[in-house]
Design a binder for this molecule. Sequence first.
Ligand code: ATP
Length: 356
Amino acid sequence: MSNVQIELTGVDKHYGQFHALKDINLSIEKGTFVALVGPSGCGKSTLLRSLAGLETITGGTMKIAGEVMNDVPPRKRDVAMVFQSYALYPHMRVAENLTYSLRLKGTPKEQALAAAEEVARTTGLSHLLGRFPRELSGGQRQRVAMGRAIIRHPKAFLFDEPLSNLDAALRVHMRKEIRALHDRLGATSVYVTHDQVEAMTMADRVVVMRDGVIEQEGAPLELYDKPASRFVAGFIGSPAMNFVPAMISEDGQAVLLDLPDAPRLPIGRALEPGRRVSAGLRPEHLTVTNAETAALRLPVGVVESTGSMTYISSGTDPEITVVIHGRSPLSAGEVMGLTIAPENVHLFDVESERVI
Ligand code: ATP
């Protein structure tokens, strides 16, 4: 039996003339936590809403648990959506919010209540069953929203930026809680977020979208280590990768950066001499070293320290950002020497922006 729980083949979505999803092909295995990320307007919510049946796709096939869902109404899809707004019924207590969907289906009251108590135990809501939503904290409301989804035993959980209304500390806590629940339930989850850290830390697979297209799909660290395009390289990783226009050296073994003195960085392989490229250098892969001998020497512009980390930006164009642990040995106006291992120099084609 196939282990695929969600399968999208050639999915298209047009809003009138606007092409919001373009030939989306994606296979999600049962038990997997998938994050959809990408800049605003890239189509991630449209894709999630199409899975839920809240949007009708205009081409391709969408299967859930082996069944074609293209024309199946939302209620019959057996998926549960969790929104950032929680969408709780304000006039109902937690217990009633949890049991609402079961009561709609005609589940007897006693049985629905027993299910609510069980879900409340799973989500840590047992002591709050008698409260109204307005009497709950943001995190507790989010748990009720989760509980409402869990009680239906759906074939998939669909999350639309569920944590964006919470403060930073609670977000970090809730993302662990949601992931733990996913594991405990053996669920299949699709999670839309703007926040690449959330995507990287929660998901088994990350799907990076841009302008209605899947740019790359893979395990979080695969995307970080081997970005397929300049776009993915710039999107995954924080602070973002530095990009510098550059040219392959005469012997083909190094890249010459378009910075003062044309610094030369070995690339650990041979490429066509003279080829124009974009060099990608992650801030955390640059190491500060002796400014006298380093190949890459840059003026120190701004130094920002958070205590544990220091961000140093060069005063150059393009600007290069370096991240170091602890305090900075340098201050503005000095010269920093930098090194980077050849395997950490990412190169992208100038035209196609694909990795070389
Ligand atoms: P965000 O992170 O801002 O929510 P998103 O990646 O979720 O963005 P979508 O909401 O999926 O983006 O929207 C994708 C594109 O489709 C956007 O350009 C948006 O303007 C367009 N769009 C969404 N809904 C409609 C609609 N009902 N009619 C026309 N265009 C729409």
